[in-house]
Design a protein around this ligand. Structure first.
Ligand code: ACK
Length: 925
């Protein structure tokens, strides 16, 4: 309250205007006979009244809105006798803000009107004796924010009023505690709608949970409490304050709801405990929460049993009788060994699943020493074992003696001798034989085969000679030892490779020809491959047209080949030399098509008519074919010079050179894939009744995808062009002897069946990676050998089925040879079942070659004199002598030509005759 006239002692002495005849201070007695000061005015009969009464200066004391409560009485004008229109029944309330109490007179103009106040109840008669007065109470509020204080003023304009009391006050939100936060007494805001934000402070022994806040409303009401405080650990809330937990109780965290009774086996003696202390003999682990009971370490594990198995022991036990009130029991093992021998402590002993921190009650201890006494101690621990300070955990022990162990693995294997077909291996006794070694077992397999198929050998010694191996093959070996206790573990894998046995071996496998006696029923139906009439009668089959049947060669060429505008050819580089001129590579862009790489054969200047005709005949022939395994003709340039034949470009060039360059780099399946392509192209040609006559790996081209395509077409040219073609004694034409079937050599019977023979040679070339058929035997010897029934042997690592197919192609009777269609089917079958390609038979030829003393043999041919020379150069076996060449003999000083010839011929003779004896076992018939 800023002012209450009822409590003011003595007179009020407010300023009045006019000072006389207006408001007058009158003291009266209230109902309790206490004197009160009133101001009265009652000039109802005189007009134009303007009587002002002003309070003293009232300091506002921080208030922003003040309330003025006026109690007054007012006479009803009608009840006053003789009054005219001058009588009023209201008065006006004014205020004026000011910083100082200095204004001695009333400056009406500086006052602002608050309201006109009328009486709720006026009265008609004043009966002072009976105190019948109708007292009105009116309250008005005013915003006072600009100065330190203010004045109030009452203006009377002609009423009959008595101001009985004036009270001026402001409102506050009273000091309060909410959510354990204290909020101070707070003066309300200036406006009726304003809220004052107030921050609370945590009560004693509490801490802020979330900033405590509330709003003080205009009429002194607290609104919207936010946040609050928690009682600190050891204290709980009681009646808005924080009280300490009493003894036997604790509160660990401020956020805990209240004090809790101490958990089992713990107590608190003083008020305000945040945690309870464990009873003696009970403990709490660091990680145990205060709410958890105090616990004890476990007692010892029970019923430890051991089962010994050779050098392993299985230990099993039952959990401790007392777990101490916890569920985190774990076990650990200690081991003490006692042996007659002083051995290093077994760091390689294995504990499974482990040695410490075990949750299970079973452990397998292995890799122990044989015949050794061990004591195992099993300890039980839990979370309070450490805290209990008892040191050694509770434990139980058992002693066992191990039996004999199997030997430990052999630690390394050495190859002490390596040949093409054998490996001599040796190894050391295992580190821990654990007894007398009775035997070693050697397991080995080809590395490529993994362990799908392996061989086992047993030996009493620490070495073994492994024979019958494939050359240049990596083998994997494992060795294990056996004692009375059984087999030990196999050693780690050791890899060794057989070698190529350059001299002694290569020639023995490759240079020997084998003779095949045909004593079988043909697998292939009687072929019709050379029955051209039949083809001609077969409608719907496109037949190749011999360009030489055209009188005008240009007519043929334009029938079968497209003329290309030379401007669309872009020559890039020379890639080789053909019979008629250079072969180049370049690019061809035909309108409407994308640019392609091409090979360009050109006819060198100064050619004859015949040469031109022959040159273009290749294009006329090629232009008739359209097959993925036949080189494709793009077109010819005949209208300007030089003449050109444009074909698709084959990135890898000719097959023979390509294979030689990539010796040994392809899988059998890849090689068979190439052969399949060639067979498919040849089947196409044979279906068109075209006989190639010069099928050889050098005439097959290979593109970047390893696709093989038959090339080199032409007729009269064929055998002129080919450097391999030679004159035979019987025919005057050149013939590529090594590739040609006997009937074609002897009486020029060139047919698809003779192409099949050549195909067999191509197969051999492919599988031997471009080896020269019949090596450096001369043509006459080749013809003779073939006539006598000798055939090329299987190349190194050649699958038996492929060699068999070659032999079939080399049937003396051409009708017995397979057709290309049958060859194609056969190869497709092989590709579908690659397992059939796995068996190789090449090695058997070598193994069965009879050794012959070189000395004896030289004697038999009368050239004993070279014995020492040959021995010194390493020619100590018949096999090795197969490597002898004229150049080699020149080098060794065997220079007499006839001696050289005798040596070469007779060694070959000898090998061939040996092979004759064994061929039945070599070639499945
Ligand atoms: O073995 P090469 O690289 O392949 O050498 C010969 C050379 O030209 C002479 O004939 C190569 N050759 C022939 N025709 C083609 C062709 N279409 N694509 C790539 N090279 C070819 C052949």
């Amino acid at each position: 309250t800023l002012l209450d006239t009822r409590t003011v002692p003595g007179e009020l002495k407010w300023a009045a205007s006019p000072s006389e005849g207006g408001w007058e201070e009158v003291s009266i007695m209230d109902e309790k006979n206490i004197p009160i000061r009133t101001y009265q005015v009652c000039n109802v009969l005189e007009p134009n009244q303007n009587n002002w009464l002003r309070t003293d200066w009232i300091p506002r004391s921080g208030a922003q809105r003040v309330y003025v409560e006026v109690k007054f009485t007012l006479r009803d004008c009608n009840s006053l006798p003789g009054v005219t229109g001058t009588c009023k029944e209201t008065f006006n309330l004014y205020y004026h803000e000011s910083n100082e109490d200095r204004e001695s007179y009333i400056k009406e103009s500086s006052f602002i009107k608050v309201d006109t106040v009328a009486a709720d109840e006026s009265f008609t008669q004043v009966d002072v004796g009976d105190r019948i007065m109708k007292l009105n109470t009116e309250v008005r509020d005013v915003k006072v924010t600009t100065r330190k204080g203010f004045y109030l003023a009452f203006q009377d304009v002609g009423a009959c009023i008595a101001l009985v009391s004036v009270r001026v006050f402001y409102k506050t939100c009273p000091l309060t505690i909410r959510n354990l936060a204290t909020f101070p007494d707070t003066i309300t805001g200036a406006d009726t709608s304003s809220l004052v934000e107030v921050r609370g402070s945590c009560v004693n022994q509490s801490e802020e949970r979330e900033e405590p806040k509330m709003y003080c409303g205009a009429d002194g009401e607290w609104l919207v409490p936010i946040g609050g405080c928690f009682c600190s650990p050891g204290y709980e809330e009681k009646g808005g304050a924080c009280k300490a937990c009493s003894a036997g109780f604790y509160k660990a965290k401020s956020s805990d709801a209240g004090c809790f009774k101490c958990p089992p086996h713990s107590h608190s003696v003083r008020d305000g405990a945040t945690v309870c202390d464990c009873h003696s003999g009970f403990f709490r682990a660091d990680s145990d929460p205060p709410s958890m009971a105090c616990t004890q370490p476990p007692s010892a594990p029970q019923q430890l049993i051991s089962v010994v198995n050779e050098t392993s022991v299985v230990l099993e036990w039952a959990p401790p009788r007392r777990l101490g009130g916890r569920s985190d029991t774990s076990y650990s093992l200690d081991m003490v060994a006692r042996s007659q021998l002083c051995l290093p402590c077994g760091s390689d002993v294995l504990f499974s699943p482990g040695q410490t921190g075990l949750k299970t009650s079973r452990v397998v201890v292995s890799e122990l020493r044989a015949h050794t006494h061990y004591t195992f101690i099993v300890h039980a621990r839990n979370g309070v074992s450490q805290a209990s300070g008892a040191g050694a955990a509770q434990s139980v022990s058992v002693s066992v003696t191990t039996n004999q162990a199997a030997p430990s693995p052999v630690s390394s294997i050495l190859a002490i001798d390596v040949t093409r077909h054998s490996l001599s291996l040796s190894w050391q006794q295992p580190d821990r034989p654990n007894g007398v070694i009775l035997e070693y077992e050697v397991k080995f397999y080809e590395k490529d085969q993994k362990e799908r198929s392996y061989r086992i050998m047993r030996t009493f010694s620490r070495s073994v000679d492994v024979t019958g191996l494939n050359p240049l093959t990596v083998y994997v070996f494992h060795v294990r030892a056996r004692t009375a206790a059984g087999y030990g573990e196999f050693s780690a894998p050791f890899e060794f490779s057989t070698n190529s046995g350059i001299h002694a071996v290569k020639f023995s496998s490759c240079r020997a020809c084998i003779k095949v006696y045909v004593q079988k029923r043909s697998k292939y139906s009687k072929t019709k491959q050379d029955s051209e009439e039949e083809k001609h009668l077969n409608p719907g089959v496109k037949i190749y047209v011999d360009p030489f049947t055209y009188e005008d060669p240009d007519q043929a060429i334009h029938e079968f080949a497209k003329e290309i505008d030379v401007s669309s050819i872009h020559i890039e580089k020379v890639i080789g030399m053909g019979e008629f001129g250079e072969v180049c590579s370049g690019r061809l862009r035909v309108q409407g098509k994308r640019e392609i790489y091409v090979a360009i054969k050109s006819l060198k200047a100064g050619y004859s008519d015949k040469q031109r005709r022959d040159f273009l005949s290749e294009a006329s022939i090629m232009g008739q074919f359209d097959h993925p395994n036949i080189i494709r003709l793009e077109g010819v340039v005949t209208r300007c010079k030089p003449l050109m034949i444009i074909t698709e470009y084959m990135e890898n060039g000719s097959l023979d050179a390509f294979l030689r360059k990539h010796d040994g780099q392809f899988t059998v399946i890849q090689l068979v894939g190439m052969l399949r392509g060639i067979a498919s192209g040849m089947k196409y040609l044979s279906d068109m009744s075209y006989v190639h006559r010069d099928l050889a790996a050098r005439n097959i081209l290979v593109n970047s995808n390893l696709v093989c395509k038959v090339s080199d077409f032409g007729l009269s040219r064929v055998l002129e062009d080919d450097p391999e073609a030679a004159y035979t004694t019987r025919v005057r034409r050149k013939i590529p002897i090594r590739w040609t079937a006997p009937e074609a050599i002897t009486y020029r019977k060139f047919t698809t069946a003779s192409d099949v023979w050549s195909y067999g040679i191509v197969m051999w070339e492919v599988v031997s990676y471009g080896e020269r058929p019949y090596w450096d035997m001369n043509n006459q010897d080749v013809i003779k050998a073939i006539e006598e029934g000798y055939r090329l042997p299987a190349p190194m690592d050649c699958p038996v089925v492929l060699h068999q197919l070659m032999l079939d192609c080399w049937e003396r009777e051409r009708a017995e040879r397979p057709t290309f269609s049958q060859i194609l089917n056969m190869l497709d079958k092989l590709i579908r079942n690659p397992g059939t390609l796995r068996r190789t038979g090449g090695d058997r030829y070598i193994i069965t070659l009879q050794p012959w003393s070189v000395c004896e043999w030289l004697q038999s041919i009368g050239l004993e004199r070279y014995r020492d020379t040959l021995a010194a150069a390493g020619y100590t076996s018949l096999d090795s002598l197969l490597a002898l060449t004229h150049q080699e003999m020149d080098r060794l000083g065997i220079i007499t030509p006839s001696h050289q010839n005798i040596l070469i011929a007779s060694v070959q003779q000898e090998v061939l005759s040996q092979m004759q004896h064994m061929q039945h076992s070599m070639v499945p018939v």
